[in-house]
Design a protein around this ligand. Structure first.
Ligand code: HEM
Length: 534
């Protein structure tokens, strides 16, 4: 080809010398022209590309990290007032975006949901879930789809949830007995601690039938591991923000997470081995529990033959379920945190509390105990729970998303791999969207004609307690059921008052889960006529 090219430009009289210089000219000029063209087209493309969202500048290397305070949900909300509903900031080497408008959230979780469906988990979470081998941390793809299906259909499916009711009920009734025992001395108790124990025991009993969960020593060990995890996940890790330093593990977080995983693994392996040796494989209450469902999938892949899960995936799914979100959000239990917040708001608002008691008297009566069949009729209690989730969203930024490719949002470029925080707290407290947003007014959720308007599925982009889109919380039906059932039971059985001379404050503490700063200490007194109801 070069030859024919040369022939065109070297007609008859050309000398051999002229031939050679034309040849060299072409050999150098063509690549030069091509690369200039390439650079020019890249430059023009970049000129055409939308800019990054505006945002505060930080310092070299560490970015905006040194300027972050202790109440990130409020700080990120305040920054939106300066930089608008989408802004960017660098945390270490990582580029982050904060989105605080319902129209942009809708674009992320509906119009571009598949693009924004990846995660960027911290190193400690990756280690503690056997390499991110689970539903909460895997990126959007075949592995996530399979694990999500197992989680939603096999582990927490409607039928399974109903079948496990007996086990949950037993644990909640145990708590009622324990509270009743402590009532006689007028003893004050830490409500959050009792709520944590109740929900953990209910979950343990669902997972492996309470085989080991009834054992106090075992429970204590789990609590210890849980608080160790809290520390590990709660400590900002330089390796997460400056990946080039990750291999040095400067704070030893990766090493400690591995040690913690070994302890979890020991417990989970012994529970699994015990079950594999057992003659009766049905677990507690004579039914197939979640452990058995997972072991069956591990053995034969399930009825569709496609739901095979590895042994490590069995363990990672158990860990995530056990701590509900603990791994995801920093060693803290979302359900018991929300139980504590709801109770605190009720104690703070006696009007709302008396409406809950009135509803319980009408629906359950004082000569019966609360059953799950009562729950759909407790509409005021549900409004109270929604209002609490609105003011205190357990995960104020949901679980951060990560786009799998560079895309555009609201006229800005969002580069692949950016960490995207959906600021649910900002949306839940936006005065444009809610009247008196900081006031506790459960009635705002009553009498809404359209059932889906404020459902828990994230169909309304101003109320996002459980997220939205394909990565919406799969534990939501269990979480709402547990919240309603435990609250209804504890309120129906007891009156709850502050200890004499104390005052209630509602100060919060930022973590990946927003917890109450100080424990909620209350004094219960029995309110049912018959001792048998305890
Ligand atoms: C009040 C209690 C709870 C709240 C407020 C809550 C909230 C959330 C939120 C906001 C997300 C992120 C959704 C998103 O990215 O759009 C999430 C994800 C998740 N939640 Fe929950 N959750 C609760 C209880 C539970 C329970 C009880 C379980 C399981 C037993 C659970 C399992 C999960 C899992 C596995 C994910 C990750 C889903 C995925 O990435 O595909 N959650 N939750």
């Amino acid at each position: 080809m070069l030859h024919s090219f040369r022939a065109c430009y070297t007609p008859g009289a050309a000398t051999a010398k002229g031939d050679i210089s034309a040849y060299y000219f072409l050999v150098t000029a063509i690549p030069l022209l091509l690369s200039t063209g390439l650079l020019l087209s890249r430059f023009l493309r970049r000129q055409k590309q939308a800019p990054l969202p505006p945002g505060p500048t930080g310092l070299p290397l560490v970015g905006y990290l040194p300027f972050l305070g202790t109440h990130l949900h409020r700080e990120f909300t305040a920054l939106a007032a300066t930089y608008g509903p989408i802004y960017s900031l660098r945390l270490g080497r990582k580029l982050c975006m904060v989105v605080s408008s319902s129209s942009l959230v809708k674009e992320i979780v509906r119009d571009q949901d598949a693009v924004f469906a990846n995660r960027d988990p911290p190193i400690s979470a990756v280690v503690l879930t056997y390499g991110g081998d689970d539903v909460a941390f895997s990126n959007y793809g075949p592995l996530w789809k399979k694990l999500r299906k197992v989680f939603v259909r096999e582990m927490l499916g409607g039928a399974n949830l109903e079948e496990c009711y007996g086990l949950r009920k037993q644990q909640v009734r145990n708590s009622v007995k324990e509270v009743h025992k402590r009532c006689s001395g007028g003893e004050a108790m830490d409500f959050g601690e009792m709520a944590f124990k109740t929900t953990t025991n209910a979950m343990l009993s669902m997972l492996w039938g309470g085989v080991a969960g009834d054992d106090e020593g075992f429970y204590g060990e789990f609590r210890e591991l849980e608080s160790e995890m809290l520390v590990l996940m709660g400590t900002p890790n330089v390796s997460d923000f400056i990946p080039a330093l990750a291999r040095f593990d400067l704070q030893g977080i990766e090493k400690k997470s591995k040690r913690l995983l070994d302890k979890f693994d020991e417990i989970l392996s012994s529970v699994i081995e015990e079950r594999l040796r057992a003659v009766d494989k049905r677990g507690g209450n004579g039914r197939k529990d979640i452990l058995q469902v997972l072991l069956d999938l591990n053995r034969d892949g399930g009825s569709d033959g496609e739901s095979y899960v590895t042994t490590n995936q069995v363990k990672a799914l158990l860990v995530v379920s056990l701590f509900q979100h603990d791994i995801l959000v920093g060693g803290t239990d979302t359900t018991s945190t929300m139980l504590e917040w709801t109770m605190a708001q009720l104690v703070k608002h006696p009007d709302a509390m008396s409406k809950v008691y009135k509803e319980l008297n009408e629906i359950v009566g004082q000569n019966d105990v609360v059953e799950e069949s009562h729950l759909p009729h407790l509409t005021y209690l549900e409004a109270v729970i929604k209002e609490t989730l609105r003011i205190h969203p357990a995960l104020p930024f949901l679980a951060p998303r990560c786009p799998s490719k560079t895309c555009e949002l609201g006229g800005y470029t969002i580069p692949k791999g950016t960490i995207v925080y959906l600021n649910a707290y900002a949306l839940h407290t936006d005065p444009q969207l809610w009247e008196d947003p900081l006031e506790f007014k459960p009635d705002r959720f009553l009498g809404v004609e359209d059932d889906t308007k404020f459902d828990f599925q994230g169909n309304n982009f101003q109320f996002l307690s459980f997220g939205s889109g394909r990565r919406v919380c799969p534990g939501q039906p269990l979480a709402v059921n547990t919240l309603k059932y435990v609250l209804a039971t504890l309120l129906h059985s007891f009156d709850w008052k502050l200890p004499a001379g104390t005052e209630l404050e509602l100060e919060d503490k930022f973590g990946i889960v927003i917890k109450k700063m100080n424990p909620l200490v209350l004094v219960p007194t029995p309110r049912l006529s018959s001792l048998e109801l305890y």
